[in-house]
Design a protein around this ligand. Sequence first.
Ligand code: N01
Length: 519
Amino acid sequence: MSDRSLPETVEHLVVGAGFAGLCTAVKLDEDGERDFLVVEKGADVGGTWRDNTYPGAACDVPSQLYSFSFAPNPDWTRSYSFQPEIQAYIQRVARESGTLDRFVFDTTVEDACWDEGQQRWVVTTSAGTVRARNLVVGSGGLSAPKLPDIPGIEDFGGEVFHSARWRHDVDLTGKRVAVIGTGASAIQIVPEIQKVAGHLDVYQRTPPWVIPRSDRPYTRLERLGLRHLPALRRLYRTGVYWARETYVPAFTVAPRIAWPARRLAEANIARGIKDPGLRDKVTPDYELGCKRVLISNAYYPALAAENVELVTDRIAAVTPTGIVTADGTERPVDVLVVATGFHTTDLPIAAQVTGREGRSLAEVWAERGMTAYKGTTVPGFPNLFLIVGPNTGLGHSSMVFVIESQVRYIREAIRTMREHRYAAVEPHQDATDAWNQRLQRRMARTVWSTGGCSSWYLDEHGRNTTLWPRSTFNLRAVLAEFDVAAYDVRAPRPAPTSGSTSGSTSGSTADEFLEEMPA
Ligand code: N01
């Protein structure tokens, strides 16, 4: 639908066509809410799985769980899928959902402003302006590549690109390649480049904990079973889900109980690397879990290969022909891969969304930190719904589970608005503050706060605004109902004297929700 002109108004405008936007589209359609548009800057569905095509790209959550509960894939070929299989799955779900006629591709949202008079969002896109009752932002927390601020990098004479914008036209065979970063993306890229590059320098600032990857292709019998026995698929998915939930206490309450995983990671190092000096360099000095725990069997053997050097000296500058480290050594480079992560606590979309008081989400968050009510709605921004919003990320399980939980909450909000003919809903500041205070108190006990590392989970003030500090079933439970009492609600056409009819707010609402949930 990318060449069609946009309608002037829609009921729901969804930004982004990754797992979040697609899930929203499918579920809105299912609810009979057919008047929606999904606006996507890229040319296809898939989001991060469309964009991250680097060699070795794969998911570190088993596909049986990293997929929609309502669209099982009977044909996964292995336990942890590679990017092409995941992208094909998303494309298939989109095709079969019958909603693609309401997706607009190659269209960028430039800004979105709340019009208080009309009680609508006015969304300016590269293809025109649309007015929408509800704005659902599913543009992702890991979608804006973060480039390293290294002197001289703009003047590098060879090819340079980010891991999420892989240049497949650049042949690495026999070249001198440098990879900056040792996060989840880099540890998948490095073993692939090592196989073809003449020489590979890996620039490590902080070593990650890496445990073995129990990945394998399914046998013929397993594939037959998973294809023809839905109960087996469900059992498998449930098993993976609960196995993952057992990690939660180690992340959120008692990091010390993660010692078996730490032993596994140490054994992984010992198995992959013989040189004691290199072993020391790759062994982290912080608690396992503080940064994302990575999984790979191939990373350490690749670092130990003859054509690879792990560089731990600080990068001082990039020259037109190489990289200079703080000790003055210059290493020549033909191709520079920056695997330096994403803007996670300073989401670019926040600067483009302007609320009821004329302030952007970025301005509000600059003051208060990146916060939302239940990770989904924000005071001052009526009818704005964030998917994978503040503090909804996970260190242990499937984000698709989180997305489905949030979409359920949004559907409930929309159903409530329809039922009561509300023009707008907006969370109370009190309820939002209470929610976040409670959440941050819990956060203080987690390995992300106490583990002795810095990570992309934390903002510039060291505050964790990205992760959910409890189990995923707890998150699903708090999002199960739209708790209208925590919201200011507005009548369809407010009379001049009664612009707003408040629900009974209580700062304790969020507290009660959190309190009631099982640990
Ligand atoms: O990014 P990262 P990523 N100079 O931010 C280093 C998901 N994901 O793309 O640790 C030198 O984790 C930085 O060093 P340090 C997953 O949620 C999932 O790898 O900050 N180095 C770090 O080593 C993941 O967590 C999958 O000291 C610099 C690296 O770059 C998230 O995406 C696969 C630097 C960045 O690591 C992000 O992963 C891929 C600088 N100036 C991604 N700046 C799977 O499912 C940064 N670094 C498998």
